[in-house]
Design a protein around this ligand. Structure first.
Ligand code: F6P
Length: 513
């Protein structure tokens, strides 16, 4: 049987399995919580520790489903794909590339890890030079990038700089000049560095913002604005041509994808804000998950188990979205980050062997922070007509120094939501009836330190990869973003024919005379 036939047979088996309610699943298995939860922990010495409890018991996965999903993983060649990922194989066939983000944190071939280490050492030298004042007094960094060149740094800085921020960082992504103006308003040009973060060094938004930032420095009394530029890129030649001094370029390998690039020099602003030690801790925490993902088999492999749950809801229960709620202000940008990671990676309809995928691929990822979201969107989760699997993320240790009542309340609410979604509450009055049987998973971390943060992000990278392998798609390309870019260019150049609606709008917006 071919790989595709095997996979189809596994899906057919999965589709035939009976559906049981969460109440039945708990009633039928006294060991359910132990079976469906796992603690991942590691002591990283001076880099801190990773500690998190993952609980999938409030999802509809059961032993039969897990066995069938394990067969699916086998039919899809999961073990070989995983080895190819860490072994530098071509896991991105449409672009003929490996995906070596793991090597940036020590998980990859010797050659890839060695190259990554040299690049990080170079980044470390620049970070330390800035901290030591070798570039003059530097208090601010405007980090200009978009998509994968911005979302990771913005999230990491929010997550990790509550106690200490060595340099004030502003991440600017949008081409809407308002975004850059806001950063200018918050920075003193005399003490500001500009980081231009772009894998390709061609992205319109980033290059336009970078040019305006240089102009701002020049117009505000900085003698040598180019001397304040740092490029974070996989295209160093492009950066030199653009005018960046070769000594201020922090390259990263082409085989590190944009949405997987936080670990590379794209993480420079994070290192600058939190220091190299914490940046290294973030990498080490991610490596803990790499090792777990590489070594654990079947259901004992947590990112794979999470992917089983994702596929169950997307493909067997017709869920078109999945929601993520962090009960932690520091992770407010996590849903945005996961949106790119999951939707740009797995929002595809072509299989790796060139066929059209005949089942749904990535659901829409969305979410917010608790408890805010409870007072805004949870109505739909509890009583709406859509079934939406939810992930909750919370830290046992508080992020604040206020009265412990704050954190206690935060955790109480987080746990209550998962329990309420599952239990529901019957009422004769339909408006007050909660159907229950609504799934959720929990990531309960010990503390949101740099290592655990790295682990959390790496977990989602591998979950995304595992989903892709079982769906038979390539998570590492993103051709779907190109058509719109090309059309924007032709609108700008005034060339090309457009549909009547767009033509009228172009006229109205002053884009065509
Ligand atoms: O247009 C999508 C995309 O290519 C993303 O994949 C990427 O993260 C982002 O744009 C930014 O690209 P670059 O880092 O090359 O500027």
């Amino acid at each position: 049987m071919t790989n595709q036939t095997n996979r189809k047979a596994a899906w057919d088996r999965l589709a035939e399995l009976p559906r049981r309610t969460l109440a039945d699943l708990f009633a039928g298995d006294p060991d359910r919580v132990a079976k469906f939860s796992q603690r991942i922990e590691a002591d990283l010495g001076e880099l801190g520790q990773v500690g998190m409890l993952l609980d999938w018991s409030k999802t509809h996965l059961d032993d039969d489903l897990l066995a069938a999903f394990e067969e699916l993983a086998e039919a899809a060649g999961f073990a070989a794909a995983r080895e190819a990922l860490f072994g530098g194989g071509i896991v991105n066939p449409t672009e003929g590339r490996a995906a070596t983000h793991g090597a940036m944190r020590g998980s990859g071939t010797d050659a890839d890890v060695e190259e990554a280490e040299a690049l990080l050492a170079r980044m470390g030298l620049l970070v330390e030079a800035v901290h030591a004042g070798a570039l003059g007094e530097i208090n601010h960094l405007i980090h200009i990038g978009i998509g994968g060149s911005a979302l990771g740094p913005a999230l990491a800085i929010d997550a990790l700089t509550r106690d200490l921020k060595l340099v004030d960082v502003h991440v600017v992504s949008n081409i809407d000049g308002l975004a850059l103006e806001q950063a200018f308003a918050a920075c003193d040009p005399q003490t500001t560095l500009i980081a231009v973060a772009s894998k390709t060094f061609t992205t319109t938004e980033t290059m336009t913002n970078a040019a305006s930032a240089l102009k701002w420095l020049g117009e505000n009394g900085v003698d040598d604005p180019s001397g304040r530029l740092i490029a974070l890129t996989a295209n160093p030649t492009g950066a030199v041509e653009w005018g960046v001094d070769e000594t201020r370029i922090l390259p990263f390998p082409e085989s590190v994808g944009g949405r997987y690039s936080l670990w590379s020099s794209i993480g420079f602003p994070v290192a600058l804000a939190v220091g190299m030690q914490d940046f290294r801790a973030m990498l080490a925490g991610a490596q803990v998950i790499d090792t777990h993902f590489r070594e654990a088999e079947g259901r004992a492999n947590s990112p794979l188990l999470a992917a089983f749950g994702d596929l169950y809801y997307t493909r067997l229960r017709g869920c078109q979205t999945r929601a993520v709620f962090a009960y932690d202000e520091r992770l407010g940008l996590l849903p945005d980050y996961l949106q790119q990671l999951e939707m740009e990676s797995n929002g595809k309809r072509a299989s790796t062997d060139g066929h059209r995928v005949d089942q749904p691929t990535a659901p829409v990822t969305w979410g917010g922070v608790g408890t805010d979201a409870q007072h805004a969107v949870f109505q739909l989760l509890h009583q709406g007509t859509h079934l939406i699997p939810v992930d909750f993320i919370a830290s046992i240790a508080p992020g604040d120094d206020l009265d412990p009542a704050h954190h206690r309340n935060l955790l109480m609410n987080c746990l209550a939501q998962g329990a309420a979604l599952m239990a529901g509450k019957a009422s004769d009055d339909l408006a007050r009836d909660y159907p229950g049987d609504r799934p959720s998973a929990m990531f309960l971390i010990d503390d949101l330190d740099a290592a655990t943060f790295g682990a959390l992000i790496a977990f989602h990278e591998h979950r995304t990869f595992a989903n892709a392998v079982m769906m038979g798609i390539n998570p590492f390309d993103q051709f779907g973003v190109e058509l719109g870019k090309a059309m924007a260019k032709s609108i700008g150049s005034g060339e090309g024919e457009f549909d009547p609606s767009t033509a009228v709008l172009m006229q109205a917006a002053g884009l065509r005379g």
